[in-house]
Write a protein that binds this ligand. Structure first.
Ligand code: IPE
Ligand code: IPE
Ligand code: MG
Length: 255
């Protein structure tokens, strides 16, 4: 059997180390109010700010937010362009304050498709915050789980061709090390707002043993109280990683 990439820790029944969220429902939130969709996205940014602060204060290690999927280019060009502008204005307005609060920002996804201004801003923001030891905030933009696995395999293939991989045996650990989330713990808790119960090409590899939580609440209405409800639900679950409930309860170490 191959070595599992998922760590087994029978004593860990506290807060999730890594929370990954699909922020969905901005458009419907706006539509309900007879407002343009962009108003929903603007309101959604306020939710992001509230949640980042809450997670940072609660010493959550990693918060990953799905901001723009590789499939979201299929939206009307005006909406795509407004989303880019919103990303730029939010990042430039917030990055210094985030850094003062010790937040470390990492952007995952294919940045090369973004306007140059945004690409530069992402590099500058990551550089500014790279030594911060508070919450790691992962923004997934132009991200897709299929893309992530494919770029990892391409990196590995290039290393094999260049002869820099001493052992060409491809293991699960090797693939995990080449994903955009290498060096981060895998998500413990996955939340999707907005009522849809699907992954929409989010972290496909990384979510293998994540606990799922779906809520009908639209993203602009998602509050810190509702986040805490999701965390409390997570804490009440028994993570078995393939073992029996009794084994986990008796804290037997894996063979
Ligand atoms: C999520 O909200 C934000 C992005 C995908 C950028 P939506 O825009 O998907 O909102 P709904 O699903 O149309 O309500
Ligand atoms: C997923 O939401 C992507 C983001 C939240 C960025 P979508 O609203 O795009 O997902 P689908 O299309 O309904 O699956
Ligand atoms: Mg949606």
């Amino acid at each position: 059997m191959s070595t599992p990439t998922v760590a087994f820790d029978p004593t860990d029944n506290g807060n999730p180390r890594h929370i990954a969220i699909i922020m969905d429902g901005n458009g419907r939130w706006a539509k309900k109010r007879f407002m343009p969709r962009v108003m929903g996205h603007r309101s959604g940014v306020k939710t992001v700010k509230r949640l980042v602060e809450y997670c940072n204060n609660k010493n959550i290690e990693v918060l990953s937010l799905f901001a723009f999927s590789s499939e979201n280019w299929r939206r009307p060009p005006e909406e795509v362009s407004l989303l880019m502008k919103l990303f730029i204005t939010t990042l430039s307005a917030e990055i210094k304050r985030l850094s003062l609060k010790k937040v470390r920002l990492i952007c995952i996804g294919d940045n090369s498709a973004f306007p140059q201004e945004l690409q530069d801003m992402i590099v500058d923001s990551e550089t500014l915050t790279k030594n911060n030891d508070g919450l790691t905030l992962v923004i997934a933009a132009n991200y897709g789980g299929h893309w992530d696995i494919t770029q990892a395999v391409n990196q590995i293939s290039a290393k094999i061709k260049a002869g820099t991989l001493p052992d060409a045996l491809i293991t699960e650990a090797l693939i995990a090390q080449h994903l955009t989330t290498a060096n981060l713990p895998e998500p413990d808790l996955f939340i999707r707002t907005g009522g849809e119960e699907r992954i929409s090409n989010f972290m496909l590899w990384q979510l293998a043993y994540t606990e799922f939580y779906f809520t009908k609440t639209l993203w602009p209405d998602f509050s810190t109280t509702l986040l805490q409800e999701a965390i409390d639900s997570f804490k009440g679950r028994q993570r078995r990683f393939g073992r029996t409930g009794d084994q986990v309860q008796n804290q037997e170490p894996p063979p």
